[in-house]
Design a protein around this ligand. Structure first.
Ligand code: GDP
Length: 471
């Protein structure tokens, strides 16, 4: 296929989704309208409900058509092959970087796992280190002894990052950024790094961009997912544990994953969302992908740091098969969090979430973003297999990457802002009702605009090309 065709196909899906968000939200507003001059009576409320129901049916058919188009347009073999080949190329480059012929002489970048935060945050921290290592052609050496989750370090659960080069020895050392004469460079956490490495997210290697953007709807997420694929290779006994857990829980497809972040996050870094909000999205996913008369089991996997979430959902939603392990959630609560049991639990939960057909969560949580990134490695393109109840996707500490207006917008009321094609927009959030909020850099005005009128450009940056690794 041509790149134009693949991008158009993905844009169409997105446009259908955005149309639905918009119409549904507007009709719900009309239904709830209740001011001095105007109250909607019950008959009209019923009419509106019927219209929403029918529009959903239309949307479902359009999405089904899009699925069929993808299946029958004759390019599926290419997509499968390209997803495999591109991942294979990148993984071979990572392997090459991490396995220098002479470790004593190799250029190295040293990074400590022990950032003072949770597992998802720490994974994102070393992913950032790995990207800088890849960009500066330095083998990444991970310091992980005394890790807050497991004092024996990274290799107690994951495979080492190298077969032959795990020590930070060298003739000369320097703090970041160092220079070419220094064999070993030490990288601080992203919050303290100066100058900011141009290789950190959202940067994607320029030499790979044409291929990634043809294959995938969100190249940054694909790229980060590839780093996770390399970093998060489980030790064999952990693969075994994961498989046992799948078996025990009855983890089977179709399945939608829910991640409910509670305890220390609620009220500090994120708002509370009731389980009903998550389940409403799950219901929409099943309604859209299966006919009501199809006898499928509506299965849901729930991961949380609060066991009550799983227990209560099981009691409340009897028409769903709710799987999840309250005992694992118990190990995730703040007082138990930094322990080996907790580590086993979060690895288990993140992997199972990433294996789901769709995930419903809050992107304010790094747990959910790691699962979403990892999910990309199990699908050709899973960029739209998520529903976030709060933020849009971002990478913590990322360099700025404003959206760009692709369609003009004339504000229809005081809440809306003007867009001219090419305007740069800092998007603060998507309200998932057809509108996003952001600031137009040209006018310095903040407000709402239709989400489908902007796009996030790829931050293509020159990285080393690793020509020693065959294409
Ligand atoms: P964030 O605080 O949600 O952005 O994510 P972090 O990963 O930085 O910190 C949260 C930590 O809480 C995780 O790393 C886990 O240790 C624990 N946790 C949160 N949610 C879950 C969950 O669903 N399952 C398990 N097992 N642990 C969780």
């Amino acid at each position: 296929p041509t790149i134009e065709y693949e991008e158009l196909r993905r844009k169409l899906r997105n446009d259908i989704q955005e149309t639905w968000y918009y119409i549904n939200a507007e009709l719900m507003k009309i239904k709830k309208r209740n001011n001095d001059n105007f109250v909607i009576d019950d008959d009209h409320k019923n009419d509106i409900d019927n219209v929403i129901y029918n529009i959903f049916d239309h949307k479902k058919e359009l999405m089904m058509d899009m699925n069929k188009l993808e299946k029958f347009d004759g390019h599926m073999d290419w997509r499968e092959q390209e997803a495999h080949d591109l991942s294979d190329l990148v993984q071979r480059r990572f392997y090459y970087l991490q396995n220098p012929s002479n470790c004593d002489k190799a250029k190295k970048l040293v990074c400590s796992l022990n950032k003072g935060c949770g597992f998802g945050c720490q994974i994102h921290h070393i992913t950032y280190c790995f990207l800088v290592a890849y960009g500066t052609e330095r083998t990444l050496i991970l310091r992980s002894q005394g890790w807050r989750y497991q004092k024996n370090g990274w290799e107690s659960v994951f495979k080492p990052l190298s077969d032959n080069c795990l020590i930070a020895n060298g003739e000369s050392h320097s703090n970041w950024p160092g220079d070419n004469t220094k064999q070993v460079v030490i990288l601080p956490i992203v919050d303290n790094v100066y100058p900011k490495p141009k290789y950190q997210p959202p940067s994607v290697p320029l030499d790979l961009v044409p291929r990634i953007k043809k294959l995938h709807g969100h190249p940054l997420v694909w790229w980060v997912g590839q780093v996770l694929k390399y970093l998060m290779r489980l030790q064999d006994n952990n693969i075994k544990k994961l498989n046992e857990s799948k078996e025990k829980l009855g983890f089977k497809k179709p399945i939608v994953g829910i991640h409910v972040r509670r305890t220390d996050k609620v009220g500090t870094e994120a708002a509370y969302h009731d389980i009903d909000e998550y389940m409403a999205k799950v219901e929409q996913w099943y309604n859209q992908n299966f006919d009501n008369n199809e006898s499928i089991i509506r299965r849901v996997f729930i991961a949380s740091d609060d066991p009550k979430v799983i227990i209560n959902a099981r009691n409340k939603y009897k028409n769903y098969e709710i799987i999840g392990d309250p005992a694992i959630a118990e190990t995730a609560s703040v007082s138990n969090r930094y322990s080996d049991a907790s580590l086993q639990g979060i690895i288990n939960d993140i992997h199972l979430l990433s294996l789901c057909d769709h995930i419903v969560c809050t992107f304010s949580s790094q747990v959910c973003r790691v699962a979403y990134e990892l999910m990309q490695t199990y699908h050709i393109d899973a960029h739209d297999k998520f529903t976030s109840l709060d933020d849009i996707y971002y990478y913590g500490g990322q360099n700025p990457n404003p959206h760009v207006a692709i369609i003009e917008h004339i504000p229809k009321n005081l809440a809306e802002i003007e867009l001219k094609i090419g305007d740069k927009i800092d998007v603060y959030g998507n309200h998932w009702d057809g509108y996003s909020k952001g600031r137009n850099a040209r006018t310095s005005i903040t407000g709402l605009f239709p989400s489908f009128k902007v796009q996030n450009p790829i931050a293509a940056v020159e990285f080393p090309k690793y020509q020693q690794v065959p294409i």
